[in-house]
Design a protein around this ligand. Sequence first.
Ligand SMILES: Nc1nc2c(ncn2[C@@H]2O[C@H](COP(=O)(O)OP(=O)(O)OP(=O)(O)O)[C@@H](O)[C@H]2O)c(=O)[nH]1
Ligand SMILES: [Mg+2]
Length: 480
Amino acid sequence: MTKHDDFLARIAAQSERENGTDTGGERDLADRAALRRVGSLSTQLTDITEVEYRDLQLERVVLVGVWSTGTAEDAEASMTELARLAETAGSVVLESLSQRRRNPDAGTYIGSGKVRELGEVVEMTGADTVICDGELSPGQLRNLEEQLKVKVVDRTALILDIFAQHAKSKEGKAQVELAQLNYFLPRLRGWGVALSRQRGGRVASGAGIGSRGPGETKLEIDRRRIHRRIAQLKTELAAMRQVRDTKRSQRRANAVPAVAIAGYTNAGKSSLLNCLTEAGVLVEDSLFATLDPTTRKTTTTDGRLYTLTDTVGFVRHLPHQLVESFRSTLEEIADADLVVHVIDGSDAHPEDQVVAVREVLKEIDAAQVPEIMVVNKIDAADEITLGRLRHLLPQAVFVSARTGEGIAELRGVIAGALPDPALRIDVLVPFHQGALVSRVHAEGTVLTEEHTAEGTLLQAKVYPALAGALHDYRVLAVNE
Ligand SMILES: Nc1nc2c(ncn2[C@@H]2O[C@H](COP(=O)(O)OP(=O)(O)OP(=O)(O)O)[C@@H](O)[C@H]2O)c(=O)[nH]1
Ligand SMILES: [Mg+2]
């Protein structure tokens, strides 16, 4: 069973199980799969029967891009990243082509002459898939496929596929599925064509939207099924979001400052979290290794508690469907007191990554959160790039999560940038309230401690919640 079939089967099974309505489910799927495989009939039948869930079993791929702005080097960097993404998704890149054009062709993305050339490359290399560097319209994808006779996917579908492969938690999986469905919905093959053809006759004869029944095409059934699944996923995500919100507001109530680690994918965000907190989070030389945020408590060198959250990485043109569905996860960043923006110093163009990350931060309303720039991987970076970055980002901290260089300095910079809501208290805690003394030690900073006949005399800095609990035991400080 291909991933495509599997994906459809999952949706069908789910909607039937949960809604108790059979829309032709299994039989439908089998029919569709059968039709898909009758190669000689496919041109005739595709536009009304084939659902365009992309089967992204990408094996042997040819990449193609349109280079419309920027330098040749930028264009090359973009194609290199596309290759990296393709490999992360599990494919072998056979060839990479790009065309210089003012704008992508409205019909075929690259120019029609280039399509022929690309066709030759596909044939020569024996590729089974072409990946385009952009988000293509359903029409562009279909035209290219018809002319090239191989599967054509765009960058957005590729990134969605990587996310689908990497999603682990229930929330992550639901978020990715929602993004995929929103991407696929307008790309149900032949959607426009099939409907207008079918509706044409009926509208002309006085019927219209809402009056279709028995003549309904499979495509519409698929579409309804997807809509239902989207609604269901949204409900599930809303419930999970509540849990996340509650956790976050608990942290807020305890006035523990929150720091979010954000940055380009593979910049070393998880490595930094591990380095700063011994979190043991998965670190991988792979794009989008982290999808689920991990939060760990840690303390500054002067003993103040704060949380550090590792988040999903960003990429140039992060598909908006993903930004939308990952919104609750990304709110961890927008809601933080401080963003640690990690930059991969060993990348050829870290500046471009910074621009891409800032764009996403803006999109998720996190642009106003105070930010510390951290250039990571200085052990592997070349001096020229580092020099450029030092000049460009004079405030940045330069570190290596691998060697530990600069980490102590980073801790200091984080500590300095954290809000300090702690209150100075002077209390005399009776012995029977020993638990409160323990809490001051655990949650606050003890300045002086003295055991007297009446209890423990403490001078300390604590967060407001604990200060409230100690309210009854306040004493006037000698020097006040
Ligand atoms: N040389 C070097 N490699 C590093 C350093 N920090 C991280 N890496 C490597 O960079 C790769 C990515 O690290 P991660 O910590 O997984 O990066 P990430 O930003 O969490 O990546 P995603 O979760 O995929 O977005 C891994 O192979 C790490 O070993 C560093 O300071 N120096
Ligand atoms: Mg990570």
